[in-house]
Design a protein around this ligand. Structure first.
Ligand code: PHB
Length: 406
């Protein structure tokens, strides 16, 4: 036998001996991740942006970290914001596909409807957008890396009264769980600071962009100092500022404010230069000046085009994949539901939005919240960061308000 053959035989004998001793030659595992996002319908831009953020993380970091293990993504389109399509998809992902982890969920009703299935099957579910605060109270197997409506609405109520000259306000909101949540968040702190909400106007549902004219006319007639608006990001956004300006509300001296959903980076250029002066609060804008964001934006432009920008949905997809990869790596591909939740509880990450953590007590995100002002540079709109409130825990659960107290 020649020397190479001899070495090979020796190697095989060693492997066999180690295997008999139970010293595993690490076996590569495939982890199944069910992804439920709006890939079509009115919310398609939201779902596909989250997906792009997820893909970018896998390219930049995720695949390297996984080593020999793999993630198999099984994607389902939740189509509309009603929750029914998402629930059927989740059922099928749990029962037929036997996924280890669920993620996605752009619209609150999608995870609200799916929560009982998550709870029964003990499938760890990581929310990448849906913002209704009490969602995480529905099952100990739900965690969130996005935001709650209270992260923005609650500090903005106080800020608007103290710093923006808003003594009276009106609230306009898309009439479904996150809209009501955002209304309550703003109203609670605005009135605690001394302000008065004159009108709270439901402005249609999330599935179709309504004609905002009759709702906003009611607000104009009430003559508030400020108009706080929540609509879901995407195609509702430009219609809000267009109607606001067209009705002469800006000319009448009313200030438009809201969560940063209404100044979404990817919609910013479509809201028109006359929207300069709008103040929003949120966790992300593409010009944030920190090293992780500089790397993220550069990687985004390299992958998706120099003329594209990421937005808050993109960063949520990116960070969500970081949390999922962490769970896979720490368990070496053997996903146990309880161990996964323990890994997520207290997980820290240097996100493009700044430092983030999943609160071990509530399984909800802890993050810096910023006040942004929309400013015009010629015809180009930008967001200037006015203020930063460090490491905000969901105020709804911190103060045990309503369903958040359960
Ligand atoms: C939600 O349905 O919870 C939701 C959707 C879009 C947003 C914010 C919240 O921009």
């Amino acid at each position: 036998m020649n020397r190479i053959g001899g070495r090979m035989r020796w190697l095989l004998l060693m492997v066999a001996a180690l295997a008999m001793l139970g010293v595993g030659v690490a076996q590569a595992k495939t982890v199944k991740v069910g992804v439920v996002l709006t890939y079509s319908g009115g919310g398609a831009s939201l779902g596909t942006t989250v997906q792009k953020g997820m893909d970018l993380y896998m390219d930049v970091e995720g695949n390297k970290k996984l080593g020999a293990n793999k993630i198999e993504f099984i994607k389902r389109d939740s189509k509309n914001p009603g929750g029914d399509v998402a629930k059927t998809a989740v059922q099928e992902l749990i029962v037929n596909e036997k996924v280890d982890i669920l993620t996605g969920f752009v619209f609150s009703p999608d995870i609200i409807a799916s929560a009982p299935l998550v709870a029964q099957s003990k499938t760890p579910a990581l929310v990448l957008n849906a913002g209704t605060a009490w969602i995480t109270t529905l099952s100990p197997y739900i965690a969130r890396v996005s935001f709650t409506m209270w992260h923005s609405g609650y500090p903005l109520g106080d800020y608007a009264y103290k710093h923006l000259g808003c003594k009276t306000a009106a609230v306009g909101y898309t009439d479904y769980p996150p809209g009501k949540d955002s209304r309550d968040a703003f109203t609670t702190s605005f009135e605690a600071a001394g302000g008065k909400v004159l009108e709270a106007v439901p402005m249609g549902g999330p599935a179709q962009v309504p004609d905002f004219t009759p709702f906003m006319q009611r607000v104009k007639d009430a003559k508030p100092d400020c108009f706080y608006v929540f609509v879901p990001a995407g195609n509702h956004v430009a219609a809000v500022s267009k109607t606001f300006n067209a009705l002469g509300m800006r000319a009448a001296g009313i200030k438009l404010i809201g969560p940063a959903d209404i100044s979404q980076d990817t919609q910013l250029q479509s809201i028109g230069p006359e929207s300069a002066g709008m103040v929003t609060m949120g966790h992300y804008q593409a010009d944030l000046d920190n090293p992780a964001n500089k790397r993220f934006v550069a990687a985004w432009k390299a992958k998706y085009g120099a003329d594209t920008v990421p937005d808050f949905l993109a960063v949520q997809g990116y960070d969500g994949m970081a949390a999922i990869v962490e769970a896979v790596v720490k368990q070496n591909g053997d996903i146990d539901p309880d161990r996964t939740m323990k890994i997520w509880e207290g997980w820290h990450f240097d996100s493009p939005r700044g430092p983030i953590m999943i609160d071990p007590d509530t399984r909800d995100i802890v993050q810096d919240i910023k006040a942004f002002e929309v400013v015009a540079q010629g015809n180009h709109l930008m967001m200037k960061t006015l203020d930063t409130i460090p490491q905000v825990k969901d105020p709804c659960k911190a103060h045990k308000i309503g369903r958040c107290g359960q």
